[in-house]
Unconditional design. Structure first.
Length: 54
């Protein structure tokens, strides 16, 4: 599953592009839920490269 680091700026790019609705807003950054299928779309669109394979 992919993970979102503390570098997340909460821009929302990943959430809007996730085809499985696996990303939710958290307190200070977005978080990836167990709906994640490891497609990698979120990591591809993250402008600050805060998402990586976990």
């Amino acid at each position: 599953m992919y993970i979102i680091s503390d570098d997340c700026t909460t821009c929302g790019a990943c959430q809007s592009e996730c085809p499985f609705d696996a990303i939710e807003a958290g307190d200070d950054k977005y978080k990836i839920t167990d709906k994640c299928t490891d497609c990698g779309t979120c990591a591809e669109v993250c402008p600050v490269e805060a998402i990586s394979a976990g």
